[in-house]
Design a protein around this ligand. Structure first.
Ligand SMILES: [Zn+2]
Length: 358
């Protein structure tokens, strides 16, 4: 199908409230008042309210913020989100999702349905969904990507992020590095005439990647690293909004991860699967950034972490075989002839891949 070659006057949204730093939870009340919002619907990950609710509520009290709905999110089936969204009081000014991936997606989709501002408050930075225009929800029992809206606000409290388990940070790094292979797939798909290309979105995604890759060292606990990683993931989400497609942030490596989710009983975190698959796809692509990608994943300890809990080889190979079938008419490096055999050969023989896929 021919794609639309020139898009003019498409409305692009950006987050209007971006707060990254220490002690931010206690200041959310102030940020809301500054934007003229006083009635909020809150959605939490289980167990989190007990830990950080005190600080949040104190800030709410000081700024006269009313809580019109307060819920813990456990299920993310789309019918449940629909039901909860349409039962929210009409005077709700903003919806806040506080916690991990599920609640971020649940609250984001709720706000999208009601066309209300959504404020994303991730407590880990394990992937770019806290600021992307997409959600991953259960549709007919399967995790499915559902179009949503980019958040109005993002608040990242580094006090909380720095205490989250390392595994989440590695996952965020894996999701971030995937821009290198996703952008290659996008450019080649464009050159072959399959899709349109947006220079600005691509530039933003490349720059967000460079922000991380060009750091002289990767100290995962340092505020500089966490701030850069948060900002990079945030810009990656914005690049998808600008492009009007997930192309700048998702290519073959994401297809493999999605395919693996369908096959294995206990999937690893999204960004861990994506990070390993980025390395494989970069080798298959002869990606010009392959040396930087390898250096980043080696020096940051990502590969070492994955070697301690490797991806299962048999299922991984199966996932690579099925990955190109997940999206129709969607060019990635996996669409190339005989690429599957090359991928299997690499998984069997390449020194690093042999350690992280067993
Ligand atoms: Zn991702």
């Amino acid at each position: 199908m021919p794609y639309q070659k020139f898009i003019a006057n498409r409305q692009i949204n950006i987050p209007y409230m971006v707060k990254i730093g220490y002690g931010k939870i206690g200041r959310i009340g102030k940020y809301l008042v500054d934007k003229g919002m006083s009635n909020v619907g809150l959605f939490w990950s289980d167990g989190l309210e007990e830990v950080i609710g005190g600080k949040l509520y104190k800030g709410f009290e000081q700024n006269d913020i009313e809580i019109v709905c307060n819920k813990i999110v456990q299920y993310i089936n789309i019918e449940e989100v629909d039901k909860v969204a349409f039962n929210l009081p009409h005077n709700t000014d903003a919806i806040l999702g506080i916690g991990g991936g599920k609640v971020i997606d649940f609250a984001k989709y709720c706000a999208h349905l009601l066309k209300k501002p959504y404020i994303s408050v991730p407590t880990s930075i394990s992937n770019d969904s806290f600021c992307s225009p997409n959600t991953s929800l259960l549709v007919d029992g399967r995790r499915t990507n559902v179009k949503s809206s980019i958040p109005f606000g993002v608040v990242i409290d580094l006090d909380i992020i720095s205490k989250s388990p390392k595994m989440f940070v590695y996952s965020g790094m894996g999701d971030m590095i995937s821009k290198a292979t996703a952008l290659w797939d996008w450019k080649v798909a464009y050159r072959k005439g399959y899709v349109g290309y947006n220079d600005f979105a691509a530039m933003l995604a490349y720059n967000s990647l460079d922000m991380i890759l060009s750091m002289p060292q990767y100290d995962l606990g340092s505020s500089e690293f966490l701030r850069n990683l948060s900002t990079s993931l945030l810009l990656s989400g914005v690049s998808m909004e600008i492009a009007g497609t997930s192309r700048p942030a998702s290519g073959a490596e994401h297809l493999i991860s999605q395919s693996l989710d369908n096959i294995v009983k206990r999937p690893h975190l999204h960004g861990l699967q994506v990070g390993v698959s980025t390395y494989l796809c970069a080798l298959l692509q002869n990606n010009p950034s392959i040396d930087k990608i390898r250096r980043f994943l080696l020096n940051s300890g990502f590969f070492e972490y994955m070697a301690s809990d490797p991806l299962p080889k048999e299922q991984y190979i199966q996932a690579v075989r099925h990955a190109p079938l997940l999206k129709k008419d969607y060019y990635t490096v996996l669409s190339e002839k005989e690429i599957f055999l090359k991928a299997v050969h690499l998984v069997e023989t390449e020194t690093i891949l042999k350690r992280v896929i067993q």
